[in-house]
Design a protein around this ligand. Structure first.
Ligand code: NDP
Ligand code: 2IT
Length: 448
């Protein structure tokens, strides 16, 4: 960046922070994108005059509401919920719903903002959105979760629709929650439509949607390694998280002959020096995804449990953060580099801090940002929308083939946009490739 570009970035960020006080996660996500695209943007007078950057960082609207529900003990609870409809230049709003006590408007704005460019990268017609609630599903009974979902949809239903806004899952929202939300939507609207994705396959869900984010991230990783004359087989991979994305990343890594040496949850991490076996994967999946317990409950030969710690101090060639935002900081990045990491492939959204990104870049580590490498999930959601619209369902093989193609194309676009001296900067590449399409559409629409 030249001095003039640095100044322009600082000026823009000062204004954005003033307009959006106390929204650190949102500031962070915007700064990362603007830092990548600014040199290109400033050379385009038409975009500057049309104030594309100012407009794309302002959500179209945010719906904020209360969700009241009753516990099994007949106590009343009230949670906060939001839907951030960020930008629909490329298609109906699209993005997940998150249920977690850490959810705030800032978190959903950062996620909705990232989603605009991720969805653009998939090549499918989808705008960017995100929603959720500070509801904590942990320790709640099945009926409590159902009542919460029904109450949430009672407000949300008037703001969404298959051609308006199509939510899906994210942290704390999986098949069970999507089903409850979908059931309530149908009850209120008295019609079937593909208004949510991630549905069960017997009622309009797509094959491979459950696996798509984790599998897609591994497909991206394979392209990234191949592009830089490396291969996945035999590599040790440290994964964080033990949820949907982490499990299906691990699943595909096992299939491809890599060694999965860690998984983590909010309580600690497990270290499997010789790599997880398929049987251990199955057992862990039961504990975490079916019984909703903790990794501490998993005991097996050759497995160490580290309470209250993150997995980044473990020797590995590849790191895949698949839990949550800012879960890998500059100290973790330093440890990974010291231990010989060659690639970081994000399954989660914005899991690395700005400081960690800098360290990876300085050390020429291959680093795929979530908006590129975890786009497989929303891509298969997009394919679910297409299948619902056509009233057909494609086979597993067909959806997997399309997913592979989409991940390959996203990788190719990143390489085309930002490769210098044999090193691809995937952060700049994905931001440029994602942003350019949205900007072109917004310019074409005029002052709207
Ligand atoms: P899940 O709820 O299935 O799993 C999340 C996992 O991360 C759990 O193991 C959870 O621990 C852990 N975790 C969550 N929050 C924290 C935290 N604050 N500190 C430590 N650990 C935490 O979510 P997903 O797997 O669906 O999502 C994981 C990430 O991937 C998120 O960043 C999400 O936005 C992103 N993503 C998800 C997509 C999808 O299709 N599901 C698509 C693209 C991105 P515990 O088990 O203890 O709760
Ligand atoms: O962050 C994400 O891309 C998701 N949680 C998936 C969104 C979707 O609409 O499938």
């Amino acid at each position: 960046m030249t001095d003039a570009e640095k100044k322009a970035l600082e000026k823009f960020m000062t204004g954005l922070k003033k307009r959006n006080p106390h929204e650190e996660e949102f500031h962070q996500a915007v700064e990362e994108v603007v830092a990548s695209i600014l040199p290109w943007y400033l050379q385009h007078d038409d975009y500057c005059k049309a104030q594309i950057l100012e407009r794309v960082t302002e959500p179209d609207r945010i719906i904020s509401f209360r969700v009241t529900w009753e516990t099994d003990n007949e106590e009343i609870r009230a949670n906060r919920a939001w839907r951030v409809q960020f930008n629909h230049a490329l298609g109906p709003y699209k993005g997940g719903l998150r249920f977690h006590p850490s959810v705030t408007q800032s978190v959903l704005k950062f996620l909705g903002f990232e989603q605009i460019f991720k969805n653009s990268l998939t090549g499918l017609p989808m705008g960017g959105a995100k929603g959720g609630s500070n509801f904590n599903p942990k320790g709640k009974s099945q009926s409590e979760v159902m009542r919460f979902c029904q109450s949430m949809m009672t407000e949300l239903h008037r703001h969404i629709g298959e051609d308006i806004d199509v939510p899906a899952g994210d942290i704390g929202v999986g098949g069970r929650e999507v089903s409850y939300l979908f059931g309530q939507y149908m009850r209120l609207e008295n019609r079937w439509s593909g208004v949510l994705t991630g549905k069960g396959q017997s009622f309009g869900g797509s094959a491979v949607r459950t696996e798509a984010t984790g599998w897609g991230a591994v497909y991206f990783l394979e392209h990234m390694l191949k592009q830089h004359d490396e291969e996945l087989e035999g590599k040790r991979v440290a994964i964080s998280g033990a949820g949907n994305v982490a499990f299906y990343a691990a699943d595909k890594l096992l299939e491809e002959g890599a060694k999965v040496v860690t998984l983590s949850d909010s309580k600690g991490f497990i270290h499997v020096k010789d790599g997880l076996s398929r049987d251990q994967w199955q057992e862990l999946y039961q504990i975490k995804e079916v019984q909703r317990r903790t990794l501490a409950d998993f005991q097996s030969e050759g497995v160490e449990y580290h309470e209250g710690q993150r997995p980044w101090g473990v020797p590995c060639e590849i790191a895949m953060p698949c839990a949550t935002q800012n879960e890998l900081d500059d100290v973790d990045a330093g440890d990974l580099v010291k231990n010989g990491v060659i690639a970081v492939c994000e399954g989660a959204n914005m899991p690395t801090t700005i400081g960690a990104i800098r360290i990876f870049k300085e050390n020429r580590i291959l680093h795929a940002p979530g908006k590129a490498s975890n786009a497989g999930g929303v891509a298969v959601s997009g394919l679910e929308q297409s299948q619902n619209a056509l009233r057909i369902s494609w086979s597993r093989e067909e959806v997997d083939r399309r997913l592979r193609d989409i991940m390959k194309n996203i990788h190719r676009r990143c390489v085309e946009e930002s490769t210098h001296n044999g090193y691809t900067n995937y952060i700049d590449g994905s931001n440029l490739a994602g942003f350019k399409k949205v900007a072109e559409a917004m310019l074409a629409y005029g002052a709207v």
